[in-house]
Design a protein around this ligand. Structure first.
Ligand code: C5P
Length: 243
């Protein structure tokens, strides 16, 4: 196993548990936990099971990335993030498009809560531009900058506001790494092993492409959780990361 930047290569893969029940989620965790350390709980699973699912995953010895992508006024987001801090997750995320004040207030509130309650401070990531969006989609919501420029602008803003890192597509990773430095965490969804269908992802790359571009963590959902043998599919992705 290789270790780079303090992270074991096997820990760089985060599995998106995009399922609608605790049973389905925990079956995947039990199958994969020997190989994978981090699991992502997103909107579907959290809306189905609530915070209890986080305890179950932690009891299995794994870490949780809570992907609820908060985007609201600073007061609301910072308070929601404080509640998430009490759940004991490894990472949480908010939308960079919520703006500097929203990110800054959240960073301060979460750090304060973790300090007061002697909890591990979750890493706070800001989502730049969703990997399901391309230039055409962005134009429709009034963003006419090219995607790379827009993502870089949001990454810079997130860093200035104190976020630990960003969520971005594998296609922007190298640029963000160059701009924001080696300690800024970059998490990339939109990862597709050779031959896997893109689904709704528009800005995607292979696991090897994402890691060589400088991603710290890659998030993979459907290509693993919908594979006939999820463990074998995860093993193949890990092999690419190692190589
Ligand atoms: O199935 P797939 O590998 O496309 O899953 C990607 C996961 O990453 C999903 O859970 C999705 O919500 C999440 N995600 C994303 N793009 C972002 C942020 C999160 O696809 N910008």
């Amino acid at each position: 196993m290789h270790r780079k930047g303090g992270i074991d290569s096997a820990d760089r893969l985060i599995i998106a548990l995009d399922v609608d029940s605790e049973d389905k989620a925990m079956r995947l965790v039990e199958k994969l936990k020997g190989r994978v350390k981090f699991f992502k709980v997103g909107l579907e699973l959290f809306s189905s099971c609530g915070p209890a699912i986080i305890d179950r995953i932690k009891e299995a010895g794994c870490g949780v990335f809570l992907d609820l992508k908060f985007h609201d006024i600073p007061n609301t987001v910072s308070k929601a993030a404080v509640s998430v801090t009490r759940l004991g997750v490894f990472m949480l995320n908010i939308h960079a498009l919520g703006g500097y004040e929203m990110i800054r207030k959240t960073v301060i509130a979460v750090s304060e809560e973790a300090r007061k309650k002697k909890l591990n401070k979750p890493k706070i990531l800001a989502v730049t531009i969703l990997t399901s969006m391309d230039g055409f989609e962005l134009n429709k919501i009034g963003i006419s900058d090219n995607i790379e420029k827009e993502v870089l602008k949001l990454a810079r803003l997130s860093k200035a506001a104190g976020a630990d890192g960003v969520v971005a597509s594998p296609q922007e990773t190298a640029l963000i790494r160059k701009e924001c430095g080696k300690d800024f965490i970059i998490v990339t969804p939109g990862v597709r092993p050779e031959g896997a269908g893109p689904g709704d992802q528009k800005r995607f790359a292979t696991p090897r492409g994402a890691i060589t571009g400088g991603a710290d963590f890659i998030v993979v959902g459907r290509p693993i959780i919908e594979a006939p043998d999820p463990l074998e599919a995860a093993r193949k992705v890990l092999e690419e990361i190692e190589s």
